[in-house]
Design a protein around this ligand. Sequence first.
Ligand SMILES: Nc1ncnc2c1ncn2[C@@H]1O[C@H](COP(=O)(O)OS(=O)(=O)O)[C@@H](OP(=O)(O)O)[C@H]1O
Ligand SMILES: Nc1ncnc2c1ncn2[C@@H]1O[C@H](COP(=O)(O)OP(=O)(O)O)[C@@H](O)[C@H]1O
Length: 173
Amino acid sequence: MSTVGNSTNIFWHECPVGKHEREKLLNQKGCVVWITGLSGSGKSTLACSLSRELYSKGKLSYTLDGDNLRCGLTKDLGFKAEDRTENIRRVGEAAKLFADAGLICIASLISPYRKDRDSCRAMLPEKNFIEVYMNMPLELCEARDVKGLYKMARAGKIKGFTGIDDPYEPPLS
Ligand SMILES: Nc1ncnc2c1ncn2[C@@H]1O[C@H](COP(=O)(O)OS(=O)(=O)O)[C@@H](OP(=O)(O)O)[C@H]1O
Ligand SMILES: Nc1ncnc2c1ncn2[C@@H]1O[C@H](COP(=O)(O)OP(=O)(O)O)[C@@H](O)[C@H]1O
């Protein structure tokens, strides 16, 4: 019996079919590929390419994209620091479930704060969390500006935009 956060008197229930059995069934290893980088750095493009490539090799993956998740699972969250932290925590937990299901879970979110990404890494065995950094200069992302968000941020119409007036902390390795 244990207490986790605000959940009290919690009992973990074990099931005879576990991650190992599911991995055997799927003939693959469940893991998380976590793609981080500025808006417009190419996260979603890479996530989709990787998913397609894995599919063509008969490997089951599932993509968790920041923009898409913000239409549902995380629609109650904005872009202030504590909301981004909760966003990453929640998606990290979801990604962990997909990996436990035996899937290759590809998460593509800005995830600007190093400590939040490190918390997600800590949820899984070291080799099951692969962090990928889209190392694109801000100038290039801004020049692409597919959604026109950088222009709005520069004009002060969006406050706290990553890379403009909100920080991005690149991975150390
Ligand atoms: N203030 C601000 N800063 C950054 N991005 C913003 C902002 N407001 C809206 N958007 C849009 O939200 C997308 C990023 O969502 P994420 O969930 O990945 O962000 S975060 O990880 O919580 O920082 C991001 O999508 P991508 O361009 O695909 O990264 C934007 O379309
Ligand atoms: N490797 C690449 N080379 C050139 N353009 C790219 C590359 N990857 C993505 N793009 C383009 O950059 C823009 C932003 O890509 P996107 O995947 O939406 O970024 P993000 O998900 O990080 O916001 C899109 O127009 C996309 O076609």
